[in-house]
Design a protein around this ligand. Sequence first.
Ligand SMILES: *Cc1c(COP(=O)(O)O)cnc(C)c1O
Length: 422
Amino acid sequence: MTTNKQMFKESLEIVPGGVHSPVRALKGIGTPPLFFKKGKGAFLTDVEGKEYIDFCMSFGPLILGHTPTPLKKALKEAIEIGTSFGACEPYSLELAKFIVKKIPFIEKIRFVNSGTEAVMTALRIARGYTSKEKIVKFNGCYHGHTDSMLIKAGSGLAGESETSSKGVPQSITNDTIVLELGDEKGLKELYKKEGKNIAAVIIEPLGANSGIISNSISFLKEIRKITKENNSLLIFDEVISGFRINIGGMACKTGIIPDLITYGKVIGGGLPVGAVAGASEIMDTLAPLGEVYQAGTLSANPLAMIGGLATLKELTDKTYKTLKENTVRITSILEKWFKEYNNGEFSHYKITQQESLFWISTLKDITSAKDFPEDFGKDFPQLFKTLIDKGVYLAPNPYEISFVSTAHDEKVAQELERRLGL
Ligand SMILES: *Cc1c(COP(=O)(O)O)cnc(C)c1O
């Protein structure tokens, strides 16, 4: 039998670090990664035949679970149509119409292939539209791996930004300014000094990449106000929150309307789709109408568009209600287990929940990335490995959050209880 260990060994020989995205390597956990051969509903099965209840769910896209029936049906038909034309087709038009109709403030949308690409495009539009160069981001928000967003924390002033990756030129990071979430004062001071040079402020309106960080409405309103007053754009990065907490994401939930919005993850239902959207006046700066260049060989390919639409069509108010109920059921079981397991070995763990997202952590209700202590996550490997033994799979990193799908129903909750010995 091929084992996870053996596959990782083979992978290490021909793939850098054995993986195609770094978090998958389980570095810091102290155990080789699992190789999954199949997903169904709320479950993943590894190459050794062991089955896991999945709470990583590919980091968010799989809102209906693995291989849900409506998606499978749509993709079976789609495969007869073709995988990519590199030309206009009706399928992306249908998805675009669906989204524009559902989300009142979106006038135009362009599809790309990932969240990273969506952010990259939004930033370029902002710079093209405003003819300014600097971008403000917040510590702890993740916006994909485009050069200008790979900036280390805590460098409040222009020119002092430090990259969090080698290979990113200082000249690029000089134009990214990092602030702490919630730092209204810092934002105001920055605008006083640099306002005329700031093309955009980008934020995850619901922070979901350094645990779950709920921004205060007043902070989001302040950003909206100050960007408007200074002719900078406000970009909501809703790659996680869009279509996940409700159809229109945080923009619809808060009524705070950004100039540009980026989507990914759920919008493709597990296929590679991203999107940037906003008002016509701004979106029309994109080529071929405008002078901001953006393109993609595989953008809006029929397979991804049909898969995305099949997923979004399932997302009704009732679906979001079910998702939330599923999540409450699951998290209360986990909380009980934290208290009871092994004389309270994990009793310092708590859960922060937002709709169908939850975060297992020793911290709760944090308001900025400054709240993370130096030794944060030091006993996470023990928790992760204990759950793996029991057939429960979390995202392999203490900063990553968990995702619940419609497939995580009452039966799965009962199975979770059984596996945890409750
Ligand atoms: C995942 C994520 C991205 C990057 O999306 P990819 O599809 O991984 O490139 C960007 N922004 C946010 C908020 C994300 O969660």
